[in-house]
Design a protein around this ligand. Sequence first.
Ligand code: SF4
Length: 401
Amino acid sequence: MRHAVLHSGNQYIFETENNVSVSFTHKRHAFNIFVNPGENLWTFDLEGRLMGMFFEGKNIRRTLDNRFYLKTRELIGLDVFRTVRELSQIDYQKEYAKGREYLEEYQTELPDDVQKIANKILEWDLDKLNGQANEFTKVYKPISILPPDQYLALVVQITEGCSYNKCAFCNFYRDRKFKIKSIKAIEEHLLSIKDFIGEGIHVRRSIFLGDANALIIPQNQLIATFYAINHHYPYLTNIYSFIDVYTGIMKTSDDFAALAQMGLKRVYLGVETGNPELLELLNKPRIDSNLHKLVFDLKQGGIDVGIIFLAGIGGNTFADKHVKDSIELVDQLSLRAGDIVYVSEYYNTNPEYQKVVDDAGVEGMNRKEIRRQANYLRQQLKYILPKQVKISVYDIQQFFY
Ligand code: SF4
């Protein structure tokens, strides 16, 4: 038995005799079901696909290619470490079914426009969601990583892979050959993204150009690419991309200014360390003065930068040099409002890295030591950077698309 519905803005709340409240919120970008006590929450995109749920204390995220992950926290000493584990269907089917049950029970009492989205959600069962894995692969190569402030971007893979692909610590793109797509292929890609994302587009806040160094595309073709993107997504006016030093320096400040005019806001550079010896060990091309020139040209062109450092890389052997040279490097870059410096705790995901450091006799770091170095780096960065430059954590494990 339940009490009458309470309506507050775009939220519809039902109170039962057992003092359980069930609310449905139809937002501009998503739909939520919230049940209290228990604070259980289900979030769907406006296409009706589950995005995530918080159920009986379990924080579960679903990706567009239909993988489900459980996010947890682990305490080691006084440090909290966030962990992520992929789930099998048996681990999340009950939780998903429970959200649908609430919707089935109350949907006829909701106003017409809310019923419409409720019906859409109910059209998706687990089989139909499973089919999304296959649909995703027709549109995208795996989306390996995005910067944390871009997790809600719409990815457009105008290139695939990494043009270099040889850094010993990185295996984000080892599964694919580098490829620059033709304008025709990009147009087709944009149309297939539209079909696939549908009303789910309302969750997306910006465009991110995939994959590792999309701006390597020759300038004329890049302008045509931006034009096509602006045409298909005129309401997603901010565009972001990774860039690397060795391809970035092929562009001039005028090139960057032209891209800024078409929406390019910030580019992200995996600098990893300021120490040249460590870069060489990692098989990452040395940056030297090219980085300064690239950052200067980007600034001249009106584009912000995100600089990424890897805490723990090079282990205890390189710790002092890595920290000192990285801080010195940042100090020389004249960063300003709009720029971000990310510190990412290194996870050893590439066996190549282990071989390289073992061969060089490098003494590794455990997770707590890596955390300590990350904290120290961030603290030192605070001393040298203007307040307007953000210093932030980049946890690659927390990325889901
Ligand atoms: S770190 Fe960047 S440049 Fe190096 S292989 Fe990975 S994606 Fe390519």
